[in-house]
Write a protein that binds this ligand. Structure first.
Ligand SMILES: *Cc1c(COP(=O)(O)O)cnc(C)c1O
Ligand code: SF4
Length: 338
């Protein structure tokens, strides 16, 4: 079948089918991108523990024939991942294991992180998740009920943050049940969803889903995870529109990544593109120092220099907050850049 036709056909399929057809090996992705394997520094070993995984919707936004494409760099297993850098570890923030055992992580005032699933539609090479054996775990119904009881019993919790993994990989039925339970908790004001699916698998954003999300009086916030303006294709824009039309507030968080977005012009384009489609830049994270990700590091001093430039290019509301994750803090640690 001609490539164009099979691609069009692919995007008419539902999100589960699109997910099942995601690229899962280096060779197929490189063939699709017209990239000769022997000219790239790919590594089968790097892909052993943390496989390549990338939906076609995301791959279709990559520049064919460009080995340095910023989207490709986020997902292609390369030899650099095998380099051991000092200061890098498997659980740099130190609380992931406990969180995925109980399903909840109550670290910051008024907000609780609720982790129902460790699965993602895409495997981002810079992610801490790469080092965890439970990448594909799902919280059992019993533990989920316990976590909900915990939120119920703590009236100072006003916001539940569904995180993961990617919470939107849960089925509609599962989400519906979860939202019904959360909606019944009176002291909750907001439900926030951190998801990369609007960017990497926008077919997940359906009318059925937005109806489930907005069936209550709680305010709904979706924080998408977009690192580069090239990720915002017309399918992504359609997903943003579905969410916006339901009065869902949209924010974006990015990770500052060497060779992807470590440049003020790239970040400025990202903010402009996001905002033109109704998404407000929220956080720009410094990399969590997870084993295998050192080649993505942008030093704190370079980050500050980039942000100073960015600040001079954009209105203040389009400049994301530069932060890093720290163990034991009362919030994410702001990095001051002026
Ligand atoms: C990031 C994070 C939050 C949310 O923090 P905000 O500053 O409200 O976005 C909440 N809990 C945990 C454990 C987090 O890591
Ligand atoms: S948690 Fe986010 S950054 Fe990590 S692999 Fe999943 S989508 Fe990518």
């Amino acid at each position: 079948m001609p490539e164009q036709l099979s691609e069009t056909l692919h995007f008419t399929k539902n999100w589960q089918q699109q997910l099942a057809e995601a690229f899962n090996n280096i060779e197929n992705l490189c063939n699709y991108l017209n990239l000769p394997l022997n000219e790239l520094s790919t590594s089968v070993n790097a892909a052993k523990n943390f496989p390549l995984r990338v939906p076609l919707s995301f791959a279709a936004s990559m520049q064919k024939g460009d080995p340095n494409d910023p989207l490709l760099r986020q997902v292609l297993p390369i030899k650099d991942e095998l380099i051991l850098y000092p200061g890098y570890s498997n659980d740099p923030v130190g609380d992931l294991l406990s969180a995925t055992q109980s399903g909840v992580l109550h670290k910051y005032h008024g907000r609780v992180l609720f982790i129902n699933t460790g699965s993602c539609a895409i495997n981002c090479r810079y992610c801490f998740r790469r080092n965890f054996p439970y990448q594909d775990f799902q919280l059992g119904k019993q533990d989920e009920n316990k976590a909900i009881q915990f939120i119920h019993d703590n009236p100072n919790i006003t916001e539940v943050i569904l995180s993961g993994g990617d919470p939107l990989l849960l089925s509609d039925a599962r989400l519906k049940q979860l939202f019904t339970q959360l909606n019944a908790i009176k002291h909750l004001k907001r439900i926030r969803i951190h998801s990369r699916l609007p960017i990497v698998l926008p077919a997940r954003i359906t009318h059925e889903l937005t109806n489930i999300l907005t069936q209550s009086t709680k305010q709904i916030i979706v924080v998408v995870h977009c690192n580069h303006a090239n990720e915002i294709n017309h399918r992504v824009i359609a997903a943003f529109n579905l969410l916006k039309n339901k009065d869902i507030t949209l924010f974006n968080q990015s990770v500052l990544l060497k060779g992807v977005n470590d440049n003020a012009t790239v970040l400025s384009n990202l903010s402009e593109q996001l905002f033109s489609h109704g998404v407000i830049p929220y956080y720009l994270h410094l990399l969590d120092k997870a084993t295998g990700t050192g080649h993505f590091e942008v030093s704190e001093s370079s980050a500050v220099a980039i942000l100073n430039k960015l600040q001079a290019m954009l209105p203040g509301y389009l400049v994301p907050k530069l932060v890093k994750e720290q163990a034991g803090g009362v919030s994410k640690e702001p990095i001051h850049f002026l």
